[in-house]
Design a protein around this ligand. Structure first.
Ligand code: KG4
Ligand code: ZN
Length: 335
């Protein structure tokens, strides 16, 4: 089975073809970062319009790269939610229409299921069951994954997602959008000993997260430290480092706790923040020290992409699921 995947839930147009038993045949991602940069964040209306411009040409490009004609496709998977409703509608309407025209089944995929299953596109792929830490711009969740479609939410953020906290903190530090990777770059030059930021919600049991306090903590530190700093550039880097250390350690503590609570050995990381090198290194260290194993998709499969949607859709179609012509994208959709 060969499936076309279409991802348009936010500010990336992601297209891919996945073939069961063979793997990814081709993929392409078009990022709208430059389009939204001057506004300091994603403008939903602009995102929808750009998806309209980019999706079809990108599908043509990916099919050409894979050396496939549309007649060689057996299904179309598109992101049905959660995400920006206008952006979702573009991918959903286009995916559903193409499937109808090509007379193949269509399937709406949950964006977070796509992220959760992305590590299975890698070799070696983790065996079920595993615990997944999903850390993106919109979500921070710990999920127990026992198989395709068998997910149990273990804990999530009560306020900001980890990526959102990175982005907002980066803004406070005067970094351009999207702030996560910029902040990580600045933090490399920072001294980890200079400031110590709190590790929210780690001193009580449970697998919930809260990151909005860290953002406020950063703001207060910036306001008190920067005006009297001898070397403001270094101080900004030190603050960025303290913030990153706090987020990383908090995530590591909760992941270790989740593995102990479920008795599983395997941990996978997914979502945009899992591209963070310090997080990957620290998590690896902590989990292997306890006899566990960590799995990460390559960075291009950590952030939004069409491959994870093609893969998840393919699994669903193989299981006999597809949907009628009437479809409902959902801005909010629990896993
Ligand atoms: O999964 P994703 O591409 O989109 C969502 O579904 O949200 O995640 C994007 C998020 C953004 O908040 C971005 O700042 C963050 O992932 N991010 C990072 C890094 N790379 C991307 N955060 C920290 N360090 C990074 N290296
Ligand atoms: Zn995502």
């Amino acid at each position: 089975m060969r499936v076309l995947g279409i991802e348009t839930s936010c500010d990336e147009t992601g297209i891919a073809v996945y073939e069961h038993g063979r793997g990814l045949l081709a993929q392409a991602v078009y990022s709208q970062i430059a389009l939204h940069a001057e506004y300091g964040g994603v403008v939903p209306e602009l995102a929808s319009r750009d998806h309209i411009r980019k999706t079809l040409p990108l599908i043509q490009q990916v099919l050409a790269e894979a050396g496939l004609t549309r007649a060689q496709l057996d299904g179309v998977a598109y992101t049905a939610g959660p995400g920006l409703i206008g952006a979702l509608l573009v991918g959903a309407a286009l995916g559903r229409s193409l499937a109808w025209a090509w007379q193949v089944p269509a399937i709406g995929v949950h964006h977070l299921e796509g992220h959760l299953l992305a590590p299975l596109l890698e070799d070696p792929a983790p065996a079920f069951p595993f615990v997944a830490l999903l850390v993106s711009g919109g979500h921070t969740q710990l999920v127990e994954v026992r198989g395709i479609g068998r997910y149990r939410l273990l804990g999530e953020s009560l306020d900001d997602a980890a990526g959102e906290a990175f982005d907002k903190t980066a803004k406070i530090l005067g970094l351009p959008y999207p702030g996560g990777p910029e902040l990580a770059r600045l933090a490399e030059r920072g001294d980890p000993e200079r400031f110590r930021f709190p590790r929210p919600m780690t001193d009580r049991p449970g697998l919930e997260f809260s990151f909005s306090g860290l953002k406020t903590f950063t703001l207060n530190t910036v306001q008190t430290e920067l005006p009297r700093a001898a070397d403001p550039e270094q101080t900004r880097a030190d603050i960025a480092r303290a913030f990153e250390e706090a987020v990383v350690e908090t995530l590591v503590i909760k992941c270790r706790r989740a593995l102990r609570a479920t008795g599983h050995q395997r941990l996978i990381l997914a979502g945009g923040v899992s591209a963070n090198q310090r997080l990957r290194a620290r998590m690896n260290q902590a989990i292997t020290a306890e006899g566990g194993q960590t799995f990460y998709p390559r960075p291009a499969l950590c952030t939004d992409n069409g491959a994870m949607i093609a893969f998840a859709g393919c699994q669903r179609l193989l299981a006999g699921q597809n949907e009628p012509l009437l479809f409902t994208p959902r801005a909010r959709w629990p896993l």
